[in-house]
Write a protein of this length. Structure first.
Ligand SMILES: [Fe+2]
Length: 262
């Protein structure tokens, strides 16, 4: 993927705390387009987020690890409940005020998606943009992969992200790749200073906003170094083009392995 895109964006990420980039040239290959269609199919079948059924938000989540010394990526197994349900747990500590110190468990990605070479390529491309203390790289890097769809069909409804305010994730790096956007009003991304975390969009001083933009075409992307910036995506409402409003994105976060036995 790097040969298509040229120079690494890692230096820019380290300097400014966020980067915008575009992986759409990947889709020029017929094989990749086929793989992209499989990802679209996964989004078409996403289950409703069980933690807020009024948020018009659909999602799946799975986890993997990268071994930095071999650059290998492996998916981690699902958790199977006693009644046979497959789940994957997610924990953000104190970083999501809506679910403070709570574990959430989501449906995992399908096996077909986990085997999708385009998804693995994207995961490894993002990883190449991250930067770590060299000691950290003697342990696996944990990768969280969220498929999140915001969808509304009612002109009075709004699909909102969680948390629905400017925030930091608590994960050192997060990347966002648009999969689909159609007939959407809103869904605007914001990058702001770290001090803006916890505030509503309208409470932020203009000089604390670094950039505000929309992701419009497939695999248009951005990434953040979490401690250097805060971020937000505004709610999605129905546009005027007819049909439903849909904004689908793949969110990928990278967390070091920390050994701490109290
Ligand atoms: Fe976030």
């Amino acid at each position: 993927m790097k040969t298509v895109l040229g120079k690494s964006k890692a230096a820019a990420l380290e300097e400014t705390g966020y980067i915008r980039f575009d992986l759409s040239s990947e889709l020029e290959h017929p094989g990749s387009m086929e793989q992209f269609r499989q990802l679209l199919q996964e989004f078409a079948e996403l289950p409703l987020d069980p933690y807020n059924k009024k948020a018009h938000r659909y999602r799946r989540y799975s986890r993997g690890i990268i071994l930095p010394w071999t650059k290998e990526f492996h998916w981690l197994p699902n958790y199977q409940t006693s009644d046979g349900e497959q789940l994957c747990e997610y924990f953000q500590g104190t970083y999501n005020a809506e679910y403070n110190e709570e574990y959430r468990a989501f449906s995992p990605l399908s096996e077909a998606t986990k085997q999708n070479p385009l998804l693995t390529k994207i995961i490894m491309y993002d990883y190449e943009q991250t930067f770590w203390d060299r000691r950290t790289l003697t342990m696996p890097i944990h990768v969280g992969v969220h498929f999140v769809k915001m969808l509304v069909s009612d002109p009075h409804a709004e699909s909102v992200a969680s948390p629905d305010h400017v925030h930091q994730d608590g994960e050192p790096f997060t990347f966002c790749h648009l999969v689909e956007r159609s007939n959407v009003l809103g869904g605007t991304n914001l990058i702001a200073t770290p001090e803006s975390a916890g505030k509503k969009r309208e409470e932020i001083k203009p000089d604390h906003i670094l950039e505000e933009f929309e992701l419009n075409h497939p695999l248009e992307s951005y990434g953040v170094c979490d401690r250097m910036v805060s971020h937000y995506v505004s709610g999605v409402r129905l546009g005027t083009d007819g049909g439903v409003a849909v904004r689908s994105a793949i969110l990928i976060d990278y967390v070091p392995t920390v050994i701490s036995i109290p």
